[in-house]
Design a protein around this ligand. Structure first.
Ligand code: VTB
Length: 330
């Protein structure tokens, strides 16, 4: 939120907030056409193509800092790719054109098209590795959660701050074998656990949406997803920490080339996304945060949420797209 002093020339022009909505809307519509087709690659490619095309129309000098991979493994939206007309402010771009490709391919809840735009140099340039994460929503005293504390300690501290018992806390965790110990520990103190199969950008953001009933996110997911979620959480004032999992010399070396000096560093929310940041996400399939794309004959309907950290504004935007429907555009 307005916890950082940002000078005029460092802010993302607010007019660009709406432009981001256009970008994620188009990526969502393109991939939604392949919803349930069992083809993750095709759905992802459709989202990537649409997102890149729309991004290149924006009056920005953008650099992809979180993208589809390194230049040699991703022909489009690779890390380091310049996007936009180049006539405009220098900005960092983080994209996940289709977050939850499997969810989309299987037409399961929770896939989204998501991106962030921030002042150049202010997003953590996270390589495509895992990140250990912990997050809660706004309204709690600073520092009550800590990655270096045990799950029990974190849940107890959160329950105390919330004024409830640990068994009244609901944690969101990705359903992965690597979380067996974490899940066992949470269950031992009576915590309720909502397991998700994919999509931990929304997973983290849900902590800040009281209607979802999620109090805390815990566990290991993708690092790029961690940075995108941090951008959104910065806006609503939640708390989050993340630590890259750099468990091979190759990963340490790759991270170093991206500016990560200390491979064990615990990043706070304001270090994952340190400057003015705008995050937009459009639902592809229906989910806890957003409705999916609806094809209604003459109209294609989208739902998008857009976060602007400078002012802490969150907007939900329903789009009715007539031209896209009429001309069957991607
Ligand atoms: C998550 C999740 C993604 O990858 O970050 C996860 O948000 C982490 O990797 O939707 P694993 O699948 O290896 O656990 C996804 O599930 C897929 O990109």
């Amino acid at each position: 939120m307005t916890d950082l002093v940002v000078s005029e020339d460092k802010i993302i022009e607010r007019i660009l907030t709406m432009e981001l909505v256009r970008v994620t809307e188009r990526a969502a519509v393109a991939s939604a056409k392949l919803r349930g087709h069992g083809n993750e690659k095709a759905a992802d490619q459709a989202a990537v193509d649409a997102m890149r095309r729309e991004l290149n129309k924006l009056p920005i000098d953008g650099t992809v800092v979180i993208g589809e991979g390194e230049r040699d493994e991703a022909p489009m939206l690779f890390i380091g790719e310049r996007v936009g007309t180049t006539k405009g402010p220098k900005v960092d771009i983080a994209v996940d054109p289709l977050e939850g490709t499997t969810l989309c391919a299987k037409d399961m809840p929770g896939s989204i098209a998501v991106m962030a735009m921030a002042q150049a140099g202010t997003l953590l340039y996270a390589p495509d590795v895992y990140m250990d994460k912990i997050a809660i929503g706004p309204g709690y005293p600073k520092g009550i959660i800590d990655l270096d504390k045990s799950p029990e300690e974190n849940i107890n501290a959160l329950a105390k701050a919330k004024g409830c018992k640990p068994n009244e806390i609901t944690a969101l965790v990705m359903d992965r074998p690597r979380h067996a110990e974490l899940i066992a520990k949470l269950r031992a103190i009576g915590c309720s656990i909502r397991l998700i199969t994919d999509g931990d950008v929304v997973g983290v953001i849900q902590c800040a949406e009281p209607a979802t009933g999620i109090d805390i996110y815990l566990g290991i997911g993708g690092a790029p997803e961690g940075v995108l979620a941090a951008g959104a959480l910065r806006c609503v004032g939640g708390q989050m920490q993340g630590r890259l999992i750099l468990d091979t010399p190759e990963k340490v070396a790759r991270a170093a080339t991206m500016g990560v000096k200390d491979p064990n560093k615990k990043y706070d929310l304001n270090e994952l996304a340190s400057g003015d940041v705008v995050v937009a996400a459009t639902g592809v399939t229906d989910g806890a945060l957003l409705k999916g794309v609806k094809f209604k004959g003459d109209i294609i309907e989208t739902e998008t949420i857009v976060y602007r950290s400078l002012t802490g504004t969150v907007r939900r935007i329903t789009g009715e797209h007539r031209e896209l429907a009429k001309f069957h555009l991607d």
